[in-house]
Design a protein around this ligand. Structure first.
Ligand SMILES: Cc1cc2nc3c(=O)[nH]c(=O)nc-3n(C[C@H](O)[C@H](O)[C@H](O)COP(=O)(O)OP(=O)(O)OC[C@H]3O[C@@H](n4cnc5c(N)ncnc54)[C@H](O)[C@@H]3O)c2cc1C
Length: 453
């Protein structure tokens, strides 16, 4: 008996009755719904509601937090006027068509948020333009789009069964190349290269803009797009502080119960919660065991943002960012081109480094962060005005920044998690081609809405 059969058999033996999926399809209304419930008011939920509103469908968004935006979380720098930093999503990619189109529709300004990457490696500081990978590494990098374009489906499936570190290790690159790829790529994936599907990694690097979608940002804060979408949907349809605990569906519709006992009923539901939160919801009928297996196996990247407010921008260039092999990991100027003398450098740490920084008391954390910058700037403690942090690895709704597809998971797992469950459709960044991006969240929300229409 394989593991899946085992779970199904034991569930039935234990008296837990799972309605089979074909029974669920009987209760699916064939016509366009007039009212849809949406779990989550992040970009996926807001995009779904906005699309449905345009089609004349009423929506009610239930959001557990006391704010909208989810993993888009803009933050006014305390003690500094008119400066905003991003504690969640930072960059809008040049290829992110829907985000760019929505910004245009709502008259939001996108400004250049590209950086020139400096390097601190093995105690040495190299300015942007004065360091590089080996010629072998550069040759592969320059050919990555071509390699991807010429791959057969079978080769892609093989690639998905391999991790990104293993894939790179087959190329006889130097140890330094491997170290630098680790520093750079783990900022993208949020975990070490050894954990990431080589398919997911190569696809992202082959299809992304030259700066890997680290191109633009919304003036005034990325959450302005959430705010504009909310206005267009109608704020009265977005209820915050409503944590969904259970979803029950039958022939008459779908009923959702929130913490505190309040219930909401509609014909259909779109669930945009990250997988950790999907698992916490009590589903009646229960989710199929394949879906539960998938939810249990998908990991989310541990990313921490540890911003330090400095009295002056001692790093010189507005376009400063820096990869380091210290615990501060990757630094970037979070207040690029914003007014004021002060500036914020954000230490963006991933995986174990993020766990370690998060676990320290503020003084010790600050010390570790400043130490990472020492080879470049010496002791900069005299410039410190304040520090803060947001650690997504312990966010109560996602327990991670974004999904991290490991070996064998991209092709196998995502289709499973995307399957509808009766009247319920699932959406969210973890189910999109542009996975891990705001664009992916919007695409998935709009796709779910389209499917209901
Ligand atoms: C540190 C970090 C850096 C990032 N950098 C970038 C970047 O540079 N560029 C980019 O494009 N993207 C970036 N992202 C990714 C981007 O933020 C996400 O892809 C996107 O915001 C996810 O949107 P979503 O709607 O799928 O999920 P979410 O934003 O998580 O929305 C889901 C919502 O569901 C709510 N919810 C969960 N459970 C329940 C429940 N039971 N009841 C009610 N509500 C519930 C949650 O509170 C949440 O608000 C980053 C993310 C992080 C965290």
């Amino acid at each position: 008996m394989n593991r899946r059969n085992f779970i199904e058999t034991t569930a039935l033996a234990g008296g837990i009755l799972a309605l089979p999926v074909d029974t669920l399809s009987d209760i699916l209304p064939k016509k366009k719904p007039s009212h849809v419930l949406i779990i989550g008011a992040g970009f996926a939920g807001l995009a779904a509601a906005y699309r449905l509103k345009k089609a004349g469908v009423k929506t009610t968004l239930l959001e557990a937090r006391n704010r909208i935006g989810g993993r888009v979380f803009s933050y006014k720098v305390p003690g500094v006027e008119n400066q905003v930093i991003e504690l969640g999503a930072e960059w809008v990619g040049a290829s992110h068509e829907r985000v760019i189109a929505l910004c245009k529709e709502f008259n939001l300004t996108l400004f250049n948020n590209q950086f020139d990457t400096h390097l601190i490696y093995n105690g040495e500081y190299k300015k942007a333009g004065s360091w590089d990978f080996s010629p072998e590494m550069n040759a592969f990098w320059n050919k990555r789009r071509e390699i991807w374009a010429n791959m057969s489906e079978k080769q892609k499936a093989t690639l998905d069964n391999m991790d990104w570190w293993r894939y790179l290790s087959k190329m006889n690159l130097t140890e330094r190349d491997m170290d630098l790829r680790e520093l750079a790529d783990s900022t993208d994936f949020g975990e070490a290269n050894r954990h990431v599907s080589a398919y997911a990694a190569l696809a992202e690097y082959a299809e992304s803009s030259d700066k890997n979608e680290m191109d633009l940002k919304i003036q005034g804060g990325n959450d302005l797009l959430a705010s504009k979408m909310a206005d267009a949907i109608g704020r009265e349809n977005i209820l915050t502080g409503k944590k969904v605990l259970s979803v029950k569906q039958d022939k008459s519709g779908v009923t959702v119960t929130c913490e505190g006992g309040e219930t909401f009923t509609a014909e259909r539901l779109i669930c945009t919660a990250p997988t950790y939160s999907v698992m916490k919801i009590n589903w009646d009928p229960i989710l199929p065991s394949n879906t539960t297996d998938g939810l249990n196996s998908l990991q989310y990247a541990r990313i921490g943002k540890f911003p330090v407010v400095f009295k002056e921008r001692f790093w010189g260039s507005e376009n400063f960012d820096c990869l380091t092999d210290g615990p501060g990991h990757y630094f970037y100027h979070g207040t690029k081109d914003q007014p004021g003398k002060q500036g914020v450098l954000i230490s963006y740490a991933t995986g174990d480094k993020a766990d370690v920084l998060n676990a320290q008391n503020p003084e010790r954390r600050l010390q570790l962060i400043l130490d990472s910058l020492k080879p470049a700037f010496g002791d900069v403690s005299k410039y410190v005005q304040g520090e803060t942090k947001y650690y997504w690895g312990k966010d109560p709704y996602s327990y991670g920044a974004y999904a991290m597809y490991g070996t064998g998971q991209w092709l196998g797992l995502m289709p499973e998690l995307k399957k509808p469950h009766g009247r319920v459709l699932f959406a969210g960044e973890h189910l999109a081609d542009w996975q891990g991006f705001m664009e992916g969240a919007i695409n998935s929300g709009e796709e779910a809405a389209e499917n209901m229409l």
